[in-house]
Each structure stands twice: as structure tokens, then as C-alpha cells.
Unconditional design. Sequence first.
Length: 369
Amino acid sequence: MKILRTVFFSGLLFFNSCYIFAADIIVRIDNPPQSGSVALVLFDSANTFGDLRDPFQVVIHELDGREEYLIENVGAGEYALMVYFDENGNKRIDKNFIGIPKEPLGFSNRYRPKGPPAYKRAAFTMAEGESRSFDVELYRPLGKFGRIGVGAGVIFRSSPYRDYNGTVSQVIPAITYNGDRLQIFGPKVVLGLAGSGKLRLAGTGSYRIGVYNEDDSDFLQGMGDREDTFMAGLAIQGELPGGIDLSASYEYDVLDRIGGGEARLQFSKSLQAGVFRFSPAIAFNWTSSELSNHDFGVSDNQATADRPAYSLGDVTSVEAGMGVFIEITSDWLIIMNLAAESLSSEVTASPIVSEDYVIKGFAAVNYVF
């Protein structure tokens, strides 16, 4: 009996100690809606916070006019807090086609991001037994008409061609826009057509830079400059377990400057480190014969003694890339994308090609209103 009493009181002491060292998060909302419910969402991971998925804890309160709402018995550690008004009462935050929340929300530390949220900006530490209070203002991330950004950017591409000096690059205006279904991201455009959440269908468009200018290589003299064009098509986008994003797309030369099309299957995942957001990706590409001959072929009338005629069929390639998003301030952003593409043996067999890879990318500085 004495042993049982000892075990009982030891367990009771341990149970009580959990609450002694746990604390509360107290939330005051500056502009609470008149009715409905509000969700207090706690994150303990930078990676899940960046996508606003898989929270550590969610507490839902009915809006009843009180001044303070609580998350009780929070253990010591580092967290970030999101508060959102559940407008339709479905107990989850509704997002638009590209994953941006549509319902009014706010973050700890009065953080108001204009891009993917950075855990570091909203993070705070809970000490054992020490409660924390936060004042939160609810706002719509996209405002009434979406978010517009302006800046300057550059598209660049290394050259795999013989005796080619330097790279191909072009400075462009870095115009960005995030709306309910439309996203403009430098040289790329995405328009949501159907679906939401984990599976979506989108219309896509992208600017395709010409791969070489003949004046940059003596060996390419007489080949003519390669054409810029605009590609457009469709993409199926999905979210896989573990925060992995999937995209399967096909785009065609809608200006018919070259003809043909390109297909792409890509897997990517976002990771956070401070104000940096990294998105490693791997992609498998298919390029039609029209485009592959335009980029790497030699027609009969372009052939010389040192540059025999060469024709390609459809070709495939594999590439690995890294997207980087840097939140300098809530208004100023740096956006970069760098990829290395491994060229197929059919491409490297071309008489005008001397490398088996291409480095390509896009970089921009953007101010978001």
C-alpha cells in the first residue's frame, strides 16, 4: 500500500509539474470581427510555417466580445503564431490557387509579410512558466485587388556552343503580381483554371530567350541569331506528402517563331533558414524536334566544311535547380532561380556544341506595394 501511495503521489507531482512549467499565450485582436470564430495557430517549425501547413497546435475560439483569447499550457520552446478569422467556419485557412491565404489573418510580432512568411520574423521564445501576450491586427494578404511588385531583373543562360564568348543574358522589368488566380513572376505567368488545394489545373506562359547570337562565336557565323519567343500551355500542379510540390506542364510556341513545344515534370520542396527560403528542385524535360533543331541543329544551307549539317529529333534532359527567396524587409524582396541542365548525347553530338550542360537562371530585386 505504501508503494502504491508513493507511485500515485509521484505521478500526481509529475502531472502538476507539467502545468507548473507550462504557460499561456494571450492574444488580443485589434480589429475582431463581430461574430464567427477565430483560430490561433501555433507553429514550431520554420519549414511548415513557410507553407502554413502542419501546425504544432490549433485552438479555435468563438468570437464573443472578450478582449483576450488563449492558447493554454504551452511548453517551453520557440514558436510562431498565426491568427485567422474562419469566415466560412470550415476550421481551416482557405487559400487561393497558388497557396496564399484568402481569409483575414495576422502574425505574432505584428509581422506582415508580402510573400511567403519567414519564421524568423514571427518567432518568439516561451520560457518555462512564463506567459506571453501578443496584439494582432487581422488583414487580407492580397488586399482587395492583389499584390503588385516592381523592380529589375535579368535572365541569363550559359553557352554550350563552340568558341562562344560569355553568356546570353537580357535585362527585363521585374513585374510581379499575386492575385486570387493570377500570378506574374518575372518571365512567367500562371493562371488558375480549376481546382484548389492539393490538385490544380493552370494555364501557363513563359518568355523563352534566344540561346545564342552568331556574332559571339566565329564558329556560329552564318547561323543567324536564335529567336526569342513566348511559350504558353497548361500545367497540373499538386501537393505531395512531406511538403513536396509536383508540376507537370506542356507549353507551345504560340508566336510560331520557332514552332514546337516543351514538356516538363518537376518536383520541388521549400525549406527555410532565417529570412531565406530555398526551393531545391529536380526536373525532367522533353523538347520537340522543332525547338531542338532551332537550338542545336545545322541546316543544309548553314553547313560548311567544318560545320556539317545536323538534324535532331525530340530530345530529353534532366536538370537540378535551386530557387531562393530573400525577404530583405516586408516590402523589398530578392528572387533568384538557378538551374543546371544536363544535355542528352544527341545534343552533344551536334557539331556546334562543345559542352554537355547549360547553366541558366533568373534574378530580380522587387518592391511589393
